[in-house]
Design a protein around this ligand. Sequence first.
Ligand code: URA
Length: 436
Amino acid sequence: MDARTVLSALRRGEALTPESAGWFGRALGTGAVTDAQAGAFAMGVCRAPMDAPARVALTEAMRDSGDVLVWDLPGPVVDKHSTGGVGDCVSLVLAPALAACGVFVPMISGRGLGHTGGTLDKLEAIPGYRVDVDEAHFRAVTAEVGCAIVSASAALAPADRRLYAIRDVTGTVESIDLITASILSKKLAAGLEGLVLDVKCGSGAFMKSRQGARELAESLVGTAAGAGCRAAALITAMDQPLATAAGNALEVAEAMETLTMAYVTSPLWEITVALGGEALALCGAAEDVADGRARIDGALRSGAAAERFGAMVAAQGGPADFLQTWRDRLPGTPVRRVVAPERAGFVARVETEALGMCVVRLGGGRMVESDRVDPAVGLARIAGLGEEVGPGRPLAEVHAASDADADMAEAAVRAAFTLGHEAQDPPPLVLGRVGP
Ligand code: URA
């Protein structure tokens, strides 16, 4: 096998075989193909989609291009992955809730991408929290606390790191096959027995259509299973921010309010419980999904999940008393501005991607990779679909570093909301399921 043979077949529109896909995945890791060949490969896959066995072979080869963790723990090892959204702080609530239910969650997370937020950026809003711990520390926190949330080390799925950078500059990110291999190669290198996937769909998701989201969900679940990891996916609505806040410290605050039951908003709770129920059922830690949901609900209500979160924060360098002192510890902004609607009405549509981009432009995300993130900025009290807004209920509250930034955000928030005249029921959050 060699790169020219594989690429010539792709040029002729022939499907990759498992052998050729696996060969290329390995070659990405060993350096046996050049960047030009990798770019041609990515373009070829976009033009000639893979079948399931080839996709599994590529994913396994990319997973095995670096370290693959092996665990010896007194319980199943599971994780959750979201395809990304706005105000999606589920990981902060779900990882400790799963840990409180007796499973182990070695969560390797990412940073904000485009208009979406990233779990690592959110956790770094906590003073002292370190995401870049070494493998021994990662293992120790996972074993002792039950969950750890860290960044990927360079030793994990290096073939994906390389291919992702090449896809980014060759216009080949949007391939279901390549997205599947990219997400799963990293997740499966963490040595999981079960993986629950939250595939977002709607105005704030990368997948805008339900059909696209379903195709991605089927690809992810089938490929994970083919590579030996039980998986299930929920297709969930991202037509409005999931939490009522979007921004790093603001989302940590909402996660803390949820974990401590101080203030609970139903979409965040509902999605956390739905994904947690699936995860516990997948790995046999619950009798079925309904039992799993009840266990997650119980772990949140009892405070057991909050305790795990506090222990994880302390073990990863944050304040030992974060659970008690989080309101004083999280950074704030010099400017806060309430954005009232121009007229009263009911929220009929939210341009969720635009709200995510507003947070990025406030400094809460990156326009280029080297940008420094301001953990304090963002939007809070974001009105939900169907909600009545008017003099007593704003569209959102802007947290900004300057008045000029707040002016920009105020205009962006106003433009992102469409108001109607009639009350609507909140739309369903879980749109579909793919799994065993
Ligand atoms: N996230 C990833 O890790 N890879 C992709 O290709 C897309 C999203």
